[in-house]
Design a protein around this ligand. Structure first.
Ligand code: NAD
Length: 365
């Protein structure tokens, strides 16, 4: 990927359709997290290119991406499981569903917050043909989207370029993936700031940064204001359920903000900024900060455009105010990355097919 030079749109790679077994029955495979990581690790630029191509397909109306469905629990209010059904058009069609849990208390016992599976369905028959471990796919597509937005929105701001002072607010797994994707796509890190409510999270992330080989100096900030003021690229990857950053003055230096966790910023901050989303209908839901801004103002005038508007050159990016990217996260991105992994595992001859998964294959017995 060369973020500074727009690429022609690419189709997602691979032939995701199920390969029938020798008896003609549809086949079904299981792809483990280890296999997913083997395909994706070190291929960050390709994943960013793939994500860009899917945003372009989505912008061209060649996807179906209905609203995500949130399963919530009265007795466990901080937890949720989300269903993201989607259909990807273009040259390599595939349908499917990501089913992703968020249990923030998991980190107390050392388990990651999110876990997920991705089901791929054959668009010809509807038969599911693969189940993939999807926490890595989900983190990879989220980080690829964030890195793409950082490069493209940064480059489009006249006279500013890519900001080298980068701050991470909320330093869990998603922040780690975003750093990895920024680094792999050549981000010019000069200084890195780190802020988290939990000291061990900040320390663990700082340790990861050192192991990543970065030579940028790393500073741990005790409070959010100090952190935000120290960053020209500010990445929010917390698990905040309601806004905890309220003062627009903290953004007086007009940073580029990747608001990946969606609910950190009070609507007043968005109203003083240029706002970009991945999909308007998706993002203005579920009490995200853009949704709160819509409720506060009674309209959508505060939105500047989508990332795809910027990729296609339809919308410019201002330099004289903060720029905030709030991506809801589209199921079509998971599908495209999952289909790419399935294709790579198949090509390597390492697909674990579950024999006899579909067994009732004669309508009348
Ligand atoms: N938009 C998308 O497409 C997308 C996709 C995947 C994940 N996410 C979001 O990314 C976020 C991070 O996910 P994760 O897996 O890294 O979670 P995680 O639990 O591993 O890390 C979150 C960190 O944020 C910290 N934190 C919580 N509140 C904070 C606050 N007010 N200030 C500073 N730090 C705070 C926690 O202490 C924790 O260390 C989640 O909100 C998740 O929903 C978004």
């Amino acid at each position: 990927m060369s973020p500074a030079h727009p690429q022609p749109p690419q189709q997602p790679q691979g032939d995701p359709a199920a390969t029938p077994a020798s008896d003609g029955a549809p086949s079904f495979a299981v792809i483990t997290g280890a296999q997913v990581q083997q395909v994706l690790t070190g291929r960050e630029r390709e994943v960013v290119d793939l994500v860009e191509s899917v945003y372009r397909l989505h912008g061209a109306g060649e996807t179906v991406n209905p609203p995500s469905y949130f399963l919530r629990f009265p007795d466990r209010p901080s937890s949720r499981i989300i269903a993201l059904p989607a259909s990807l058009g273009g040259g390599h069609r595939v349908d499917g569903l990501k089913w992703v849990s968020s249990f923030p208390d998991n980190i107390r016992s050392g388990l990651p917050r999110a876990s997920a599976v991705l089901i791929l369905n054959d668009p010809a028959t509807g038969y599911p043909f693969a189940c993939l471990e999807a926490s890595v796919i989900s983190a990879a597509r989220t980080a690829a989207s964030a890195a793409l937005a950082a490069h493209r929105l940064g480059d489009a701001r006249e006279g500013r370029g890519k900001p080298g002072r980068v701050v991470f607010v909320g330093t869990g797994l998603i922040a780690r993936y975003i750093h990895t994707y920024l680094a792999a796509t050549g981000w010019p890190f000069e200084e890195i700031g780190v802020h988290d409510l939990i000291a061990e999270s900040a320390a663990g992330f700082t340790d990861y940064l050192r192991r990543s080989g970065t030579d940028a100096p790393v500073t741990v900030h005790e409070d959010a204001e100090q952190a935000i003021r120290a960053g020209d690229l500010v990445v929010f990857a917390t698990v905040a359920g309601t806004p905890h950053v309220h003062d627009p003055k903290w953004f007086a230096h007009d940073p580029l903000v990747l608001h990946v966790s969606l609910r950190d910023l009070a609507p007043e901050i968005l109203l003083g900024a240029a706002n970009f989303v991945d999909d308007v209908e998706h993002c203005l839901k579920a009490d995200t900060s853009p949704h709160l801004a819509e409720k506060l103002t009674g309209g959508r005038d505060f939105l500047t455009g989508t990332l795809e508007d910027v990729l296609s050159g339809r919308t410019g990016v201002p330099s004289d105010r903060p720029v905030i990217f709030s991506p809801f996260g589209l199921g079509v991105l998971d599908l495209a990355v999952g289909a790419h992994v399935h294709e790579a595992v198949t090509r390597a001859g390492e697909l674990h097919v579950v024999d006899g998964f579909f067994n009732e294959l004669s309508r009348h017995g």
